[in-house]
Design a protein around this ligand. Structure first.
Ligand SMILES: Nc1nc2c(ncn2[C@@H]2O[C@H](COP(=O)(O)OP(=O)(O)OP(=O)(O)O)[C@@H](O)[C@H]2O)c(=O)[nH]1
Ligand SMILES: Nc1nc2c(ncn2[C@@H]2O[C@H](COP(=O)(O)OP(=O)(O)OP(=O)(O)O)[C@@H](O)[C@H]2O)c(=O)[nH]1
Ligand SMILES: [Mg+2]
Ligand SMILES: [Mg+2]
Ligand SMILES: [Zn+2]
Ligand SMILES: [Zn+2]
Lengths: 212, 212
């Protein structure tokens, strides 16, 4: 039987707290500037008439830039300052969940710290792991940063509007993903033009309904 | 008197090793896919008739994708596998320096692991810290990931060819940098078109000459 470390134990408690309220939750990871906040804003815009979305924002510095954008979009947001740590952990999420109006929420999105390495190692208790790969980053990231791809439930390929201006070989990229996580649900999108966002929102809606 | 931690002590030895051979060295940091390897290749192309450049490549996975590109460009390269660690440290650099033909080299470039957070905390013994900020990442990174900006000697703003296609406010970005590191030497470049690379190469050439 697996001896749960302290982080996993708290993650388990977070999951219980979310399941009690029938809230679906995702851990949104990606490198800095790949479009995590932009995707959340597009998601809110597409779903705000159908559900209430709470957002937990993780940053290493005491800034509220991202949380302010979510609040301005009309949804509750909690800013977590990791104090320099390069990832969120389950204890930070436990505290942040207590600061959200869970009783009104259908979906909780955790925007993790921008980092393609450490966040993969810390279970937060959320239901699904979602990674954003950004086209300008290049097509070799699954080969160079494989660990975070292994534990994913969904992959978003963002900034596809930039494909004409960068050298990104989609086939090579997809082959790398397939090696690590065969059959991974993948949504190519542009948070700038809105292309592809609908399919992602449909996937979310389905999971939120299943959680009810 | 500052009690040096073990990493700083080894960093000091690395510096001695480089100074003995009159080699100038830089620690090149940035988030994943910002163009670290592309900048090194542009640098080799611009300087290969004037000097010998050794490269130390850091990656979390056992891949040699970046080192192979450097070798193909005709310069010696050593691939360091950090074993999952999200940054290079001074001990890894000590070992890698031993694997380079230092007696023939004028410049050593360390390509750190793609990460905007942890690499800032580990002194490698190199002479200068260089960060690449990539335009598609957005203009708010100095505000959101301030720590790595504080200890820099040079800032490269890469992928300026993409400025027409992303919302990047150069003034807002520069103001953020100025708050953290007033007067920081900054080179806007495109590793794709070659724009601005010459000024960066001139700066390097000057520092390599001073080290002699
Ligand atoms: N062209 C283009 N730009 C995009 C797209 N999505 C986001 N951006 C831009 O990418 C930059 C970063 O977007 P954010 O949403 O702040 O990224 P993030 O991952 O939340 O960044 P951090 O939280 O700071 O790590 C901004 O300039 C956005 O306007 C897209 O689909 N296409
Ligand atoms: N449009 C454009 N693309 C660039 C530029 N510089 C690099 N790229 C592209 O950006 C992607 C990543 O470049 P790399 O040089 O591999 O970046 P890196 O920082 O070394 O990446 P990692 O080592 O994997 O973290 C590749 O697709 C490059 O072709 C540039 O100036 N303009
Ligand atoms: Mg964000
Ligand atoms: Mg590289
Ligand atoms: Zn970390
Ligand atoms: Zn780290």
């Amino acid at each position: 039987e697996k001896i749960l470390n302290a982080n996993d134990q708290v993650a388990g408690l977070n999951r219980v707290k979310l399941d009690e309220k029938r809230i679906f939750s995702i851990n949104l990871m990606a490198s800095p500037g790949s479009g995590k906040t932009s995707l959340i804003l597009q998601t809110i815009q597409g779903l705000n008439t159908r559900m209430q979305i709470g957002v937990i924002e993780g940053d290493t510095a005491p800034v509220t830039i991202d949380a302010d954008k979510i609040l301005a979009a009309g949804m509750p947001a909690v800013q977590v300052n990791t104090g320099g740590e390069c990832h969120l952990d389950a204890v930070m999420i436990d505290r942040a969940l207590n600061a959200l109006p869970l009783v009104n929420l259908d979906l909780v999105i955790v925007e993790n710290v921008g980092n393609l390495i450490c966040p993969a190692a810390f279970n937060l208790g959320t239901h699904a792991n979602v990674l954003i790969a950004s086209v300008p980053e290049g097509d070799d990231k699954p080969y160079k940063y494989p660990n975070i791809y292994r534990g994913l439930d969904v992959l978003i390929i963002n900034k596809i509007d930039l494909l004409p201006y960068v050298s990104f070989n989609m086939e090579y990229f997809q082959q790398g993903v397939e090696l690590l996580n065969p059959g991974l649900v993948t949504f190519p999108v542009s948070c700038k033009t809105g292309e592809g966002i609908e399919k992602w929102i449909d996937w979310l809606q389905l999971r939120v309904n299943q959680q009810k």
